[in-house]
Write a protein that binds this ligand. Structure first.
Ligand SMILES: [Zn+2]
Length: 288
């Protein structure tokens, strides 16, 4: 755990040891956390550091989206209000009655048990928290309304970004995996909304961008992600016209080569989902 200073009142843990990145925003009379990591025992160390350093209560935790590596650390910040979009909460509710049952989680984590012992141990007393405060489109926080939580979608149906002014710094959640192949295989992932969302983030010209994975970055990484996502979209649409399968697409080495890191783990689910997504888009239009 290492909370790194991004600005005077914005901190982030981006070393990747706790799953997704998480951060803290120090407002005048409270602290708002953004995302919670995956391993609550590690998130608890972040909490201790925040408690010892700032002498302000953590009253809120904003969760950018419904993936376990951003949600499962939340109990470390008890008691706190948890904020997420309506769509994000819906996915959490449905996960709680399926893939987030403890036996299902154990099955999922078991293959990496030896690689990530701290994650495996954290399941012994995992209590999953989901948002108790929800919003449709946007929510303003802070005495001066200096923090905006904005629904963007894309990476998942309920994905949000968090903007802090006047610093003009943004937490973009998993819209950006800085330096690695982004996971874009969620069943609710909408590549078109993802690209549109990132174009808006790019146009806003933020001073610093805190991604969901990887170190704090700038405009260049947004441009690189946009270039990658757009190239992947065009190649998959073309492959659909050619009648290729996701397997053939990968065998023919048609993936844009922007990101080698993480491609082994994330490319198949991503390509498979995008094939389904653009096939459905194609089916919904009458043939020319
Ligand atoms: Zn994610």
């Amino acid at each position: 755990m290492a909370l790194q200073k991004v600005s005077d009142r914005i901190y982030a843990d981006t070393d990747g040891k706790n799953g997704g990145n998480l951060g803290a925003v120090i407002l005048d009379d409270e602290i708002v956390m953004v995302d919670s990591g995956m391993v609550h025992n590690l998130s608890r160390k972040v909490r201790q550091y925040v408690d010892e350093t700032f002498a302000l209560p953590i009253l809120k935790l904003v969760i950018t989206h419904s993936h376990s590596d951003h949600v499962f650390g939340a109990q470390a910040f008890d008691p706190t209000s948890i904020i997420g979009s309506v769509d994000m909460r819906k996915v959490c509710e449905s996960n709680l009655s399926g893939q987030w049952k403890i036996d299902a989680i154990r099955e999922y984590v078991k293959p990496v048990k030896d690689e990530r012992p701290e994650l495996w141990t954290s399941l012994d007393d995992l209590e999953i928290r989901i948002p108790d405060i929800v919003f449709d489109n946007r929510l303003l926080l802070g005495r001066e309304k200096e923090m905006t939580v904005q629904l963007v979608g894309g990476h998942t149906i309920g994905s949000s970004i968090v903007v802090i002014e006047p610093e003009h710094i943004v937490f973009v959640g998993d819209l950006i995996f800085n330096g690695s192949f982004p996971y874009a295989g969620d069943p609710t992932c909408d590549p078109d909304r993802w690209i549109m969302g990132l174009e808006r983030v790019e146009a806003a010209e933020y001073e610093q961008i805190i991604p969901g994975h990887g170190p704090v970055c700038g405009q260049d990484e947004i441009a690189r992600h946009l270039d990658f996502l757009s190239a992947l979209k065009e190649r998959i649409k073309h492959a659909l016209v050619e009648g290729l399968t996701p397997e053939e697409f990968l065998e023919k080495d048609l993936l844009p080569d922007h990101y080698a890191e993480g491609a082994d783990r994330r490319s198949y689910s991503t390509v498979e989902h995008w094939f389904d997504f653009y096939k459905a888009v194609g089916d919904s239009h009458a043939p020319p």
